[in-house]
Design a binder for this molecule. Structure first.
Ligand code: CAA
Length: 245
């Protein structure tokens, strides 16, 4: 029986690459979407590339939306073995100008979504004694970023979640890890003003932005059967942009 994965925000730049990578590993993949217009094009492109990804409408920013999403995935594919909490947005602005809305939109979509989606998934994983949960965080959750107090707070929070959930579920065959991408060539990064982006790119030791597939590779590694003893870890993938240990 193939494993079943739910990748939140799978129609985005990094999300699409994760959907493809997991499919290539023989995993059955589902993702959520919110925008009907955009998703039609996405699905056509994926089908043309030979990928059959189950698409379920759902907003992970609310507990009700996330629970309905999980139940629909279970009804269509079966129980979720692998969860990749990837959905995320930016509302960049310096903190002294940040509105409550800009704060809450980012915290709800990037951090509260992790609670909302993992909560209805975890009980089944615990019963079946197997599971893989991966948070897609960010370099900016580790080092902070000018204009991203909301985003960095959410992304740092994701790893706090990882290391607690990893402890609680380690004896039940469930691993919980974080992947922290640096600046990857996606629409999200391309939305940063060009002059600002050029300065950031110049700071990256490899001399280029990352590719979505380079992040997806790490997710594939962490969800494999062989990765059973890797839990509570954070994997930085940023071209050397931020190094620590
Ligand atoms: N360090 C120091 N000063 C900085 C700075 C930095 N990194 N960035 C901007 N400034 C300065 C500017 O030079 C300018 O100074 P002067 O007024 O003296 O000329 C001032 O800050 C501008 O400040 P404002 O409050 O007017 O800011 P703004 O409204 O013009 O917008 C910003 C600022 C929206 C934060 C803009 O700089 C920006 O978009 N920065 C990029 C943020 C970023 O990296 N986002 C990542 C998005 S992708 C992503 O999030 C994926 C991922 O995980 C990596």
């Amino acid at each position: 029986m193939p494993r079943i994965a739910l990748v939140t925000g799978g129609t985005g730049g990094i999300g699409t690459a994760i959907c493809k990578k997991l499919s290539d590993m023989g995993i059955q993949v589902a993702t959520n979407f919110r925008n009907h217009e955009k998703v039609g094009q996405w699905q056509a492109k994926m089908q043309a590339d030979g990928y059959a990804i189950a698409l379920v409408e759902g907003d992970v920013a609310t507990p009700e939306g996330a629970e309905a999403l999980v139940r629909e995935v279970e009804a269509r594919l079966g129980p979720v073995d692998i969860l990749v909490n990837n959905a995320g947005i930016t509302r960049d602005t310096t903190f002294h100008k940040m509105s409550p809305q800009q704060w809450h939109e980012v915290i709800n979509t990037n951090l509260n979504s992790v609670f909302n989606v993992t909560r209805p998934v975890i009980e089944g994983m615990r019963q079946r004694k197997w599971g893989r949960i991966v948070q897609i965080s960010s370099i900016n959750g580790l080092k902070g970023q000018y204009g991203q107090a909301n985003y960095a707070a959410a992304k740092a929070g994701m790893h706090g979640f990882t290391i607690s959930l990893a402890r609680e579920n380690a004896r039940l065959g469930i691993t919980v890890n974080t992947v922290s991408p640096g600046y990857v060539a996606t629409d999200m990064v391309m939305a940063v003003p060009e002059d600002v982006r050029a300065k950031i790119a110049a700071e990256i030791p490899t001399g280029r932005l990352g590719k979505p597939a380079e992040i997806a590779y790490a997710v594939g590694f962490l969800v494999a059967d062989e990765a059973a003893w890797i839990t509570g870890s954070n994997l930085d993938i940023n071209g050397g942009h931020h190094m620590g240990w």
